[in-house]
Design a protein around this ligand. Structure first.
Ligand SMILES: [Zn+2]
Length: 70
């Protein structure tokens, strides 16, 4: 076993761990999506996270955000 092999094995292990962590976070309790609102930091209701996994704001902040953008 040379050093290069060990380094590759180590990198692979790291990549696997990152992937596992990512999957774990996506399956966090309450479903996919983030737990806290980007703007106000309030918990995003699990139902909203399941319905809109890409949502990063609570319903109130998302409504405000969309109103400002228009
Ligand atoms: Zn909010």
């Amino acid at each position: 076993m040379d050093e290069k092999f060990l380094e590759q094995a180590s990198n692979l292990e790291q990549a696997r761990r990152d992937e596992a962590l990512r999957l774990f976070r996506e399956r966090a309790p309450g479903g996919p999506g983030r737990a806290d609102c980007e703007d106000c930091g309030e918990n995003i209701p699990p139902a909203r996270r399941v319905a809109a996994p890409s949502a990063i704001r609570c319903i109130a902040c998302q409504t405000t955000f969309e109103r400002i953008r228009k």
